[in-house]
Design a protein around this ligand. Structure first.
Ligand SMILES: [Zn+2]
Length: 298
């Protein structure tokens, strides 16, 4: 009830600012979980956490808020990727019947699997800051346990900017991101002027001051409408090819072993370099590097 009142107010506001809905938009939504409203520790973020079941619901509600707003702004085709943990977090039966969902891993385009040139915009929900950011709840890049830095063409990357570069390769701009304050600030610094929904303010890796779930859904609705209402303002975030990827590992051994490959260079004790033709090659390399082990099954 509260939510529908808020959305009505936002719709009027959108109209008043002159933003216009475009018909027939195709929108990609990539959903992570660390940046979901109220999430602060592993207690919310995985099957062993005592609040995980409730936060799957909250994550699903945030994605549905983005879907509803995109629809209101003219989206007719929506693809969502469940891009956190096991890739099986979103409550599939609570998503609308006319969208499609990408689930589980590994996938060549990681958190952006399924994106192509036919999309008009990409939206990032529940995102977090990078492993090199001193601020931000659960700040990490791809694997919190293994990677200490990821650089593309010399630029220190976060997941959101890697994903923006993947989308950018297909000519698709990231237009909106939700997460904590550190996430939105970092994304704007790297990607540019995207719409941001700050749903919590980080005090550190495992603590934040947060707004309430209903307020988060309303804020996401508002910012998705704002983004799609000024779609012409956004440029795809493109990496000039050939693209140089550097990965720094927390441990020594992954760098030593990866450097056995003829197309991988050892930069220093913990860092390797790989050059890819485009972001698809880069993405596959990152997914391989962070997923492969000889014992992997089936
Ligand atoms: Zn995640």
């Amino acid at each position: 009830m509260i939510r529908s009142i808020v959305i009505t107010a936002v719709a009027t506001l959108t109209l008043a600012t002159g933003a216009t809905a475009q018909q027939g938009l195709k929108v990609y939504i990539s959903a992570d979980m660390e940046g979901v409203v109220g999430a602060v520790t592993g207690d919310q973020l995985g099957p062993s956490g005592f609040e995980y079941g409730r936060f799957r619901q909250i994550m699903t509600n945030e994605v549905n808020a983005a879907i509803e707003a995109a629809r209101a702004m003219g989206a007719t085709e929506i693809l969502v990727s469940d891009s956190h943990g096991n890739g099986e977090n979103l409550l599939i039966e609570e998503l609308p019947a006319d969208i499609q969902l990408v689930r589980s891993w590994p996938r060549p385009l990681m958190m952006m699997e399924g994106i192509d040139e036919s999309f008009d915009a990409a939206i990032l929900i529940g995102y977090h800051a990078s492993t090199t950011n001193t601020q931000g709840v659960r700040a990490h890049t791809i694997s919190s346990a293994s990677l200490t830095a990821v650089r593309l063409n010399g630029v220190e990357m976060m997941e959101a900017s890697i994903n923006a570069a993947i989308a950018g390769d297909f000519g698709v701009p990231v237009v909106m991101i939700s997460g904590d304050d550190a996430t939105v600030e970092e994304a704007r610094r790297i990607i540019g002027d995207v719409e941001g929904a700050v749903v919590k303010w980080s005090y550190g890796f495992h603590s934040a001051r947060t707004i309430m779930p209903e307020a988060s859904y309303a804020l996401i609705d508002e910012r998705v409408r704002a983004a799609l209402g000024r779609l012409d303002d956004f440029e795809p975030y493109r990496m000039e090819g050939p693209i140089e990827l550097e990965i720094s590992f927390k441990n020594y051994m992954p760098a030593e072993l990866m450097a056995y490959l003829p197309n991988v260079e050892r930069v220093d004790a913990h860092t390797i370099r790989f050059t890819g033709r485009d972001m698809t090659e880069i993405s596959k390399f990152i997914e391989f590097t962070t997923s492969y082990s000889v014992g992997v099954t089936p």
